[in-house]
Design a protein around this ligand. Structure first.
Ligand code: MN
Length: 204
């Protein structure tokens, strides 16, 4: 399975005058498509390397993958969280999201103010994002730099390894590779499996 460009859930001209048809075409067919293409070609490169044993630059490839997959996911969410006025776009939030935002921010207006100011304050490329923190069960407004989903809406983490120097230096000094290879002796696969089961069961 590969990444693919989703169709817009409305016509290219339907968000006008907020966004013109020309802009939406370039953004969707140009930019978003490019992230999809690059993510897929990176996957191909990784597959090829696995089959023929090529050594890859494992700093560049994973960074590029994070960037392009992130770009694809963020844009897919973006298209879906807009709608033409005639199809329900605009207005104030109702239902549970309305309750959640009211409870957290005090009012819809306050939420809009904070979110807008967050978007305005993004330096260079990035996103303003509302997330739901599963720890606190509260909504959060965050920024994302470029497309790097270091805080990941709608994705759960299965396994992590701390490679800050503080995680190994006292025991391994500068022999980081001994730390990273030894890590596999202590991975709790039972926990990794539990995390996966939760995701697959749709427990969110
Ligand atoms: Mn974009």
């Amino acid at each position: 399975m590969k990444y693919s460009l989703p169709e817009l859930p409305y016509g290219y001209g339907d968000l006008s005058p907020f966004l013109s048809e020309a802009l939406l075409r370039i953004h969707h067919d140009g930019h978003h498509q490019k992230y999809v293409n690059q993510a897929n070609s990176l996957l191909e490169k990784l597959e090829k390397a696995r089959s023929d044993g090529t050594v890859l630059n494992m700093k560049c490839e994973p960074q590029a993958l994070a960037f392009n997959v992130g770009g694809h996911i963020m844009h897919s969410l973006y298209w879906e969280n807009m709608a033409p006025t005639s199809s329900g776009g605009g207005g104030t939030p109702g239902g549970r999201i309305g309750d959640v935002l009211d409870k957290e921010f005090g009012s819809y207006e306050r939420f809009v103010k904070e979110f807008t100011e967050t978007a305005n304050a993004v330096e260079s490329s990035g996103w303003a994002v509302l997330t739901f923190c599963m720890h606190t069960k509260r909504p959060l407004i965050i920024q994302i730099k470029d497309h790097h989903l270091f805080a990941v809406p709608d994705q759960r983490i299965l396994l992590v390894m701390d490679v800050w120097e503080h995680a190994y230096y006292l025991d391994y000094r500068n022999e980081k590779a001994r730390y990273t290879s030894g890590f596999w002796n202590v991975v709790n696969w039972g926990m990794v499996d539990q995390r996966l089961e939760k995701i697959l069961d749709g427990d969110r």
